[in-house]
Design a protein around this ligand. Structure first.
Ligand code: BG6
Ligand code: MG
Length: 224
């Protein structure tokens, strides 16, 4: 490992399922749509949707159900799902920020580590504003700013470039298999939040951020 690879100057956080418990709302809204069009979506199948864009998620559901619709119909379905998702999110309270997340964001900043958001969601900025935590990010990259969603590395590379930090000095926190793949493809280190069976490619897999401190992160990779 070169000297440059052995330091961390920035942490890039996914949003849904890492900072806030919105992954469950994406699932509920997709399942409702799936049921409405005569198919279903299991918890296991939903893993494939995590981290991927709205339209790509719909395509996965349709392909699992062996269904085909026109582009116009698909846009209407995605809009409907989004309306339900936004309704759920609007009822969210700041205590739905996942345990340990805010603390880690604040300690990164206190220790001079740049902080970025790297979320495929077009609702990301609204969710951060609702939870009053947008100010904790130096840079916010969301689904409105990218052409290719995870597992493509575009989102994380854009975050690193806006922070002006080389990718190999970034560490990514992800709960989605597609997100772990995106981070590694960007030549970044990655901590997976969830099950090792799903996220085994990450450099480290932990259940959540509840007991994870900046000291743990520094022990894993020294900071600048
Ligand atoms: C990701 C979620 O963060 O954002 C996916 O993990 C979701 O489940 C994607 O499909 C896009 O979100 P949105 O809010 O733009 O529909
Ligand atoms: Mg996620």
């Amino acid at each position: 490992m070169s000297a440059r690879e052995s330091i961390i100057s920035a942490a890039i956080f996914d949003l849904d399922g890492v900072i806030v418990d919105t992954a469950k709302y994406h699932y509920l809204a997709w399942k409702k749509l799936a049921n409405e069009i005569g198919t279903d979506l299991s918890v296991e199948e939903n893993e494939r949707l995590k981290g991927v864009s709205r339209m790509d998620s719909l395509d996965i559901i349709l392909s699992l159900g062996g269904l085909q619709f026109s582009e116009v119909e698909k846009v209407a379905m995605a809009d409907k799902k989004n309306t339900w998702f936004v309704d759920y999110v609007n009822q969210m309270k700041p205590d739905e920020i996942l345990p340990g997340a805010k603390n880690l964001l604040e300690s990164c900043r206190a220790n001079g580590i740049k902080v970025a958001l790297g979320s495929s969601s077009k609702n990301a900025k609204a969710v951060l504003d609702l939870l009053k935590i947008a100010h904790l990010f130096d840079v916010i990259v969301d689904g409105t700013m990218i052409k290719k969603s995870k597992p493509d590395p575009e989102i994380f590379l854009l975050g690193a470039s806006l922070l002006n930090i080389p990718p190999d000095q970034c560490i990514v926190f992800e709960d989605a298999e597609a997100g772990v793949e995106a981070a590694l493809a960007a030549n970044m280190r990655c901590i997976g939040l969830g099950s090792p069976a799903q996220l085994g490619k990450a450099n480290l897999v932990i259940p959540d951020l509840k007991n994870f401190t900046i000291e743990d992160m520094i022990n894993l990779v020294p900071i600048h």
